[in-house]
Ligand binder design. Structure first.
Ligand code: C2E
Ligand code: CA
Ligand code: CA
Length: 241
């Protein structure tokens, strides 16, 4: 089914706003959905692992990047939208592919998207092996203006010594910490640590899964002013966004 879905382009991107302060829109994260002819909209949680295991994440990831960059180019021509950034999730397997950098550069050139508006979300699972190669690839893209955010930060294999060597722009506080930030002192402590760490490393920080004003206020008091979550908006199809 998945193989066929890629051929038939049965996918669409949802757009979830990223905001600063009281809700000023700065960009979006694009989240993949499978529009299955029988099942309806299928969540990426259900098919991304399969796509990774089968290698289908490569053509699928290319489609996501092409679609996102096409959108950036459209927005660049619209007053009021030209400043928006698009964050794209990139699987470890996709990033490690030998042609990844060339492919991104080709997509940017073909679509005319401004690399400064593209942000790649990487996860810590990328850092398990061959970190030198990862850093080299990031540096090439970074030199073109592409930004990097470290997704789900704190949930996986975090090596703080690698962190200072990666050319990152942003740490993303995982939603599992935000969820219980008001009730669980450990989650609150981890969130605070990520914010302080980002600040000391000269990175920006964004919190995901922000559903309550009280969570936002707590994060703001700790120095985190960029947010994503249902408090501001669910992920939306393009028209609704
Ligand atoms: P993620 O990158 O951590 O994305 C955040 C997930 O949290 C999204 O789930 C989003 O819909 C959800 N979310 C956003 N705000 C809130 C909130 O306030 N509360 C709660 N409870 N949830 C919130 P989604 O869209 O189901 O995506 C799940 C995962 O699938 C993503 O997690 C990401 O790892 C993966 N994914 C999605 N699109 C792509 C893609 O294009 N490529 C790759 N490689 N992975 C993707
Ligand atoms: Ca993400
Ligand atoms: Ca995440």
């Amino acid at each position: 089914d998945l193989r066929e879905a890629i051929q038939k382009e049965q996918f669409l991107l949802y757009f979830q706003p990223q905001v600063v302060g009281e809700g000023r829109l700065t960009g979006v994260e694009v989240l993949l959905r499978w529009q299955h002819p029988q099942r309806g909209i299928v969540s990426p949680v259900e098919f991304i692992p399969l796509a990774e295991d089968t290698g289908l994440i490569l053509p699928l990831g290319r489609w996501v990047l092409k679609t996102a960059c096409t959108r950036l180019a459209v927005w660049a021509a619209r007053p009021g939208m030209a400043h928006l950034t698009i964050a794209v999730n990139v699987s470890a397997r996709q990033f490690k592919h030998p042609n990844f950098v060339e492919e991104i550069l080709a997509v940017l050139a073909d679509t005319g998207a401004n690399p400064q508006r593209l942000k790649l979300e990487l996860t810590e699972s990328l850092l398990v092996d061959d970190v030198e190669d990862i850093i080299a690839k990031m540096n090439v893209l970074k030199a073109k203006g592409v930004g990097f955010s470290l997704d789900d930060f704190g949930t996986g294999y975090s090596s703080l010594s690698y962190l200072k060597r990666l050319p990152l722009d942003q740490l993303k506080i995982d939603q599992s910490f935000v969820k219980n930030i008001l009730t669980d002192p450990n989650d609150a402590a981890i969130a605070k640590m990520v914010i302080v760490l980002a600040e000391s490393l000269g990175l920006t920080v964004i919190a995901e899964g922000v559903e309550l004003n009280a969570q936002r206020d707590f994060l703001a008091r700790q120095g985190c002013h960029a947010y994503q979550g249902y408090l501001f908006s669910h992920p939306l199809p393009l028209e609704a966004f």
